[in-house]
Structures are given as structure tokens and as C-alpha cells.
Design a protein around this ligand. Structure first.
Ligand SMILES: *Cc1c(COP(=O)(O)O)cnc(C)c1O
Length: 497
């Protein structure tokens, strides 16, 4: 059995074994009354192929053991409901309870994807309204809600670009991607069968337009740009960039994961973007991670609209219906119609905020990032001086002189009760510390976070080993991340007695 007892903050505490380790044969979490109908052999009724036999080592525990096991694990987890979660680029904003309340409405929560359309008009109306709201917010002409994540939206976006260019009789082979891009961008381009060319940023942290002018040739299908980019810097030449691409027959893809800095202030559709994705689990406050499904809608301008995946919503005299008769569509990208429960939450958030509220959220997100930036400037290195939007990227350059790196500072933040910032990303900043507070945080919470980082900067000068050996207060101390990545143990096996 694993370590049962360990010391936490000087106290002795029970550690949580695996459910398999809690198991003892014959324990059950439920008791059913005796069978009062004739019993049948399931294999005879369903066919032996559909009957699963015993599962070796399957855990057997009582109800209270199962509940305590998962409750303990949940209470040891960090969550946005516990405190600030300043993970840059990820936009870990609070998920308002009104979203959950709407998604739990019986008619929505229990809706079935095979429900006949006449019995699902309300659900279709919700999707239609969300599409319209996202089109309005982005300034784009049409929206597909199908992709299940941002990266999935990127893939759909590139497939649409390919379909559009092929229809023009001008298929192209290359996607340009700035060095400040999220890792999913080059991965997506490669998956879609394109070759990738990396573009350098200039010292202000923006795309170098002169360099772009040199590399956009007849082989370039599109530029994938993030705006504001992953340095939190607004690409102020975005219109010129779009014009340059369009003059040469290429398209502009916007990675819209950072829309939290733009909603209500500016619209990608007005800056020359042809196709983009959104992350509902970032900008529109739907749950993020924890195994919950995401959603990465794609928005396009008119010329790309015929290629959007089926089914599309269409208005009929009876109300909204699905249209499968779209001969130029690239086909399906997802079973059914997207992660419906997430769509309900996003629409609830948009309607609860209203236009004014969405705009205010953006202003607050930018204000919070700049408050943190200003407070930390005397203590940490800020490699790019361009104005910050909704996030700011420091580096560990000053602390590195004492041997303390961004990962050490992140681990020490755990001792102060905060989830770390994003470590070592974007890659163009060595030792990056990428901080995105989001609009959810009060000045009080921001001050606590700032105080923690200032205290760590001081510790780095006075007692660097304290930071280097952190965390000191968590259940698990420093883990060997290299071995965990290289030799992952993915399957539990009973340890020899
Ligand atoms: C989060 C993010 C993505 C990927 O989105 P997922 O939903 O995690 O697939 C892409 N680009 C940027 C800039 C992001 O922040």
C-alpha cells in the first residue's frame, strides 16, 4: 500500500490511497431487494459478445468509502471556486452559477440528440441565438458550433480554408505561423496536411510586417495569427497584415482564444479576418478542464460559409430545423451538433451580461492584467514593453541569477495558496511567467497574489533554497516531471504482497 500517512504543514495527515487499494472483496455500494421476476441468462438474451465477464482487480468498496474517496480528492484539488487561477492564455475565469442553472433545466439537460426536431425547437433556438450572438460579437458572417475545443476549431478553420482555396482552383501548401503562437497552431496546420513556416516577432512582441511581405508568396494558404497574441500584445498592424494576405490570394486565420481582451471593444470581422475560432470555455465562462467538454465554435466570412460542416441550422415556417442538404460542405466534424450543454451555458453568460456587461468584463480583464503588471515591474523582468491587454508575460531573468527559475517560483506560489501562472510559455520568452488574472478577481485577491510574488522575489534573494525546494505545504512535494513524462505509469497493478 502506498504512503498512508504523511506530514502536511507540520501536521500528520491521512493520504488517499487508490480506490483499488481501498477495495476488499464482496463490498458493495448498494443493496437491491430480492429478484421478484424470473431470472434470465443475459448471454442468452443479448448474445455472449455483449456480456462482459468479471473485470480483474475491479475495486469493491462501500458507498461511504466511494463518496469519501472522491470528496477527499476533490477537496485537495485547486479550482477557480477556491481562488485566483492566473494561468496565462487559458482564461480561467469564474463560471457564474446562472450558467449551471440554465443548463440544468430539465428540458435541456434531458434532451436527446435523436429527439425529433419538432420536439427540440427550443434547443435549436438556443443554438441559433448563440450563433447570432457570436457572429455579432466577432463581426463575422456565420458560425458553426460543432468543434469540441479550440484546437478542434483550428482544424475546422484550416479545412474550410483548404476547401475555399481548392474551389478557387488555387490550392496552396503552406501556413505561416508567428513564433508567439500557441503550440496547437503548428500542430493543427500539420494535421491538416500543410507545411508550416515560422515567423519571428519584432522586439515589441508583434509580427514583423516587412518580413511578412517578403514571405507571402503564391504557396501560402493562410497566416494563423493570435490577437492579442500570446504576449498579451495587440497586433496593431492587423489591418495591413490582412490586406497584404488578401492582395496575394491568401487568407487570414485568427486564433480567437484571446477574445477576452476584445469582446465589446473591437471585432475581428472588422479587421479583415476570414475565419476564426472562439473558446467558449475561456471567453464565455463555460467550465474549463476537469474532464468537462469544451467548445470551440468557428466563425467565417461569407465566402467560406458554403463549406461549413453539416448540419446547419435553417429557419423553416415551423421554426428552426437542421439542413443536411449542403453540397459544398466539408462534411461532419463532430457527432451530432457540438457540446450542447456548454452552448447553453455560454448563451446564459452572454444574455446575463448583456452588451454592456460583456464590454465591462473586457475592460476589467485588461485593467486587472495591467494592475498586476505595474505592481510586479520593480520585482520581475518584463521583456516586451508594448502595452498589455488581458495578460502580461514576465520572465525569470532576475531570479535566474540566483538559480531560481520560473518553475521554482510557480511551485512556491502553491505554498501561498495560488494556482501558478503559465510556466515557460510563450516559448519566445525564455523563463516565461505568463499571468492572466481575468476580470473575475477583486483588488483584494490581486493584492494577495502580488504580495505572494513579491515575497517570493525577496525569498529568492535571501533564501533561494526555500524557493528551489518548494512546494512545502502540499500533499505531494516536488515530483520528478521528466520521469513522469518519459515513463508514465498509466495502469494500476496490484503491488506484490
Ligand atoms: C487555449 C488556446 C488554444 C487551444 O484551445 P483548446 O480548447 O485548449 O484546444 C489555442 N490557442 C490559444 C492562443 C489558446 O490560448
Amino acid at each position: 500500500m502506498g504512503e498512508r500517512i504523511r506530514k502536511v504543514r507540520g501536521h500528520v495527515s491521512q493520504n488517499e490511497p487508490l480506490l483499488f487499494e481501498l477495495s476488499s472483496p464482496g463490498k458493495k455500494a448498494c443493496q437491491l431487494p430480492p429478484l421478484d421476476v424470473p431470472s434470465v441468462d443475459p448471454a442468452a438474451v443479448l448474445g455472449p459478445a455483449h456480456v462482459r465477464g468479471e473485470i480483474e482487480g475491479f475495486p469493491e468498496v462501500s458507498e461511504v468509502e466511494a463518496i469519501r474517496h472522491f470528496s477527499r480528492l476533490a477537496s485537495w484539488n485547486y479550482a477557480i471556486d477556491l481562488g485566483m487561477y492566473p494561468l496565462g492564455s487559458c482564461t480561467m475565469k469564474y463560471n457564474p452559477r446562472i450558467n449551471e442553472k440554465m443548463a440544468a433545466l430539465e428540458g435541456l439537460a434531458l434532451a436527446h440528440p435523436y429527439q425529433p426536431e419538432p420536439l427540440a425547437r427550443g434547443a435549436l433556438e438556443i443554438m441559433a441565438r448563440l450563433e447570432a450572438a457570436l457572429a455579432e460579437i466577432t463581426g463575422m458572417d456565420a458560425v458553426s458550433l460543432q468543434p469540441a475545443a479550440g484546437a478542434h476549431g483550428e482544424l475546422l478553420g484550416l479545412l474550410l480554408i483548404r476547401a475555399c482555396l481548392e474551389a478557387r482552383g488555387d490550392p496552396r501548401k503552406k501556413i505561416l505561423i508567428p513564433d508567439s503562437a500557441h503550440g496547437t497552431n503548428p500542430a493543427t496546420a500539420a494535421m491538416a496536411g500543410y507545411s508550416v513556416e515560422n515567423l519571428r516577432s519584432n522586439p515589441r512582441g508583434m509580427l514583423d510586417v516587412e518580413n511578412l511581405a517578403r514571405v507571402v508568396d503564391a504557396g501560402v494558404a493562410a497566416l494563423m495569427i493570435t490577437n492579442p497574441n500570446t504576449l498579451g500584445v495587440f497586433e496593431e498592424n492587423i489591418r495591413r497584415i490582412a490586406d497584404l494576405l488578401h492582395e496575394r490570394g491568401a487568407l487570414l486565420y485568427l486564433d480567437g482564444a484571446n477574445m477576452n481582451a476584445l469582446v465589446g471593444l473591437t471585432r475581428p470581422g472588422d479587421t479583415g479576418v476570414d475565419v476564426m475560432h472562439l473558446n467558449l470555455h475561456k471567453t464565455f465562462s463555460t467550465p474549463h478542464g476537469g474532464g468537462g467538454p469544451g467548445s470551440g465554435p468557428v466563425a467565417v466570412m461569407r465566402p467560406l460559409e458554403p463549406f461549413l460542416p453539416v448540419p446547419r441550422l435553417k429557419r423553416t415556417p415551423a421554426g428552426w430545423a437542421f439542413d443536411y442538404d449542403r453540397p459544398r460542405s466539408i462534411g461532419r466534424v463532430r457527432a451530432f451538433y457540438g457540446n450542447f450543454g456548454v452552448l447553453v451555458r455560454a448563451l446564459a453568460y452572454i444574455l446575463a451580461c448583456g452588451a454592456d456587461g460583456l464590454r465591462q468584463a473586457t475592460l476589467d480583464a485588461v485593467l486587472n492584467a495591467n494592475y498586476v503588471r505595474q505592481a510586479l515591474l520593480p520585482h520581475y523582468e518584463l521583456p516586451h514593453q508594448a502595452p498589455s491587454m488581458h495578460e502580461c508575460v514576465f520572465s525569470d531573468a532576475r531570479q535566474a541569477r540566483r538559480g531560481v527559475r520560473t518553475m521554482d517560483i510557480a511551485k512556491r506560489l502553491l505554498d501561498y495558496g495560488f494556482h501558478p501562472y503559465t510556466v515557460s510559455f510563450p516559448l519566445i520568452v525564455p523563463g516565461a511567467m505568463m499571468i492572466e488574472p481575468t476580470e473575475s478577481e477583486s483588488k483584494r485577491e490581486l493584492d494577495l497574489f502580488i504580495d505572494a510574488l513579491i515575497a517570493i522575489a525577496r525569498e529568492t534573494e535571501e533564501k533561494p533554497e526555500l524557493v528551489l525546494q518548494a512546494p512545502h505545504s502540499t500533499r505531494t512535494a516536488r515530483v520528478d516531471e521528466v520521469t513522469a513524462a518519459r515513463k508514465p505509469v498509466l495502469r494500476w497493478r496490484p503491488s506484490p504482497p
